[in-house]
Write a new protein. Structure first.
Length: 489
């Protein structure tokens, strides 16, 4: 998953497109949910307040109409009965009810008056028949002192006419149970929504962005796999996105142009190689049939030099042709099961004359364990031997007289390694990544000792047999390692 989050470039770490889209969607979803939650809270607060005020006013009118029938002889018990009637409603958690004369005294003997005639609300209630809300926090505090542990939200005064025709003032205060419960539920829901909003945004963003970048990821994978070996096949770029389809069309056009360029290059290389091969063969045969008996020594040396150069040119042309066939896919056959030990011995036999000429010893270590000595790989013997020949001859070229070259085999569970180790100058670190490129040389110590095609051909043969080839410096020298899949007998 970390690979899907970060794309690493040399010296930099960049967030992937999918993660950037996810973060943007998370931010947008979180902001939208928070804004909607805030709007919902404000709406709920307003609508609940309106409902609370409406139910409070309706209950106040109901109580006022009932009290007017009891005045002026209303008793404390009758007021308590009316309060119980209000509390049976689902809306009210607590109720305070009292009736005052116009002088501010309570009609209930012994009850403390919470109002005074100087209160603006009290005077206003005597001048109108509509309920008058109490805004004075001091009066509300007095009421809350009478109702312990309860916070009164609304209190109002309403003029009531008794049976004697005299005006009275009813004080009705309440705490709304319904609104409190609604606020508590809404508060919990909104708190949970605010907490999980980022998670919801991230999950939905990751899912949506995954769908959005999937076609691009597929196109990227196809581009990354693009190489000379798969330029000729048909690739399915079909997607459900017009923009990506357009990109895929351009990629396919680029692939066609690259394929045409490779084919042109390969045709040119094959044609030139074939044209050069014929005169080289003729000159080599003629130099070998030339009778040098009785000729001066320098002429004899010249003939031998020409023969060596013709052989060298012939090998170079053969390398070109082999490389062309590998990259053109002409040698992609199933092959046969070949013993790894026999391949190594045959290659060492091929390279022994060159090693003797250079004064270099070849040390071969075969698989001699009973369980591994018969290990084989599936492939073409001539190509596999050529691959080993190129690695061993490369090691010989960069070894000094008296050096020893180690050729060894190592067997794993599913792969077998063919290892060639020399004790030469090694490869500069800035060139080691390019050592398998065409015409690549290993540095000043290695210049002029080869054509730069042997390692490229060795790599092509290894990959042709579904294997890998690698190199590392050993200080001194370097080690080439070819890993090939073991063939089941």
């Amino acid at each position: 998953m970390l690979r899907g989050l970060l794309i690493q470039n040399p010296g930099n770490h960049h967030f992937s497109m999918r993660l950037r889209l996810t973060l943007w969607i998370t931010l947008i979803v979180t902001i939208v949910l928070w804004v909607k939650s805030s709007i919902f809270w404000l709406y709920l607060e307003r609508s609940t307040a309106q409902l609370e005020l409406r139910t409070h006013t309706q209950m106040s009118k109901t109580l006022a109409s009932q009290i007017s029938l009891l005045l002026p002889d209303v008793t404390g018990q009758e007021l308590d009965d009316l309060k119980e009637q209000a509390l049976r409603s689902i809306y009210f958690e607590s109720v305070y009810l009292d009736v005052y004369r116009v002088n501010g005294e309570s009609l209930i003997p012994g009850r403390r008056s919470l109002l005074s005639t100087d209160e603006e609300a009290f005077r206003e209630s005597l001048e109108t028949i509509e309920p008058v809300s109490i805004e004075n926090q001091e009066i509300i505090s007095r009421i809350n002192e009478e109702l312990t542990d309860i916070n009164i939200r609304y209190a109002q005064l309403e003029q009531v006419l008794g049976r004697d025709g005299a005006p009275y003032v009813m004080l009705f205060a309440s705490a709304n149970r319904y609104s409190s419960n609604q606020f508590a539920i809404a508060r919990g829901v909104l708190r949970a929504a605010l907490m999980i909003s980022p998670l919801v945004g991230f999950v939905s963003g990751w899912f949506i962005s995954g769908i959005a970048v999937a076609p691009i990821s597929r196109a990227q994978e196809l581009i990354q796999k693009m190489g000379p070996e798969n330029l000729r096949g048909d690739v399915d770029y079909r997607t459900n996105t017009s923009e990506v389809d357009e990109l895929a069309h351009e990629v396919e056009a680029a692939r066609a142009r690259i394929r045409a360029a490779f084919e042109s290059q390969e045709r040119f290389l094959a044609n030139v190689s074939h044209e050069i091969k014929t005169p080289i063969a003729v000159m080599l045969v003629e130099s070998q049939t030339l009778n040098t008996d009785g000729l001066p020594e320098d002429v004899d040396y010249f003939v031998e030099s020409v023969q060596d150069e013709m052989k060298r040119l012939g090998n170079l042309v053969e390398s070109f042709l082999t490389l062309t066939r590998l990259e053109d896919g002409q040698d992609r056959s199933q092959g046969k099961q070949e013993s790894v030990n026999e391949l190594a011995m045959e290659s060492v036999e091929h390279c022994t004359p060159m090693a003797r000429q250079q004064g270099v010893r070849l040390k071969l270590t075969l698989l001699d364990d009973e369980s591994t000595m018969d290990v084989s790989v599936l492939g073409v013997a001539e190509l596999l031997v050529t691959m080993l020949d190129n690695l061993i001859r490369n090691a010989i070229r960069f070894s000094k007289t008296g050096d020893e070259i180690d050729i060894s085999l190592a067997c794993g569970e599913s792969m077998v390694d063919l290892i060639v180790r020399d004790h030469g100058p090694g490869i500069p670190e800035d060139r080691i990544d390019k050592i398998f490129d065409r015409f690549s040389q290993g540095g000043n110590e290695r210049e002029g000792r080869g054509h730069g095609l042997g390692l490229t051909i060795a790599q092509g043969i290894a990959e042709l047999h579904r294997g890998t080839i690698s190199v590392r410096n050993m200080n001194p020298g370097c080690e080439f390692r070819v890993s090939l899949p073991i063939s089941a007998r």
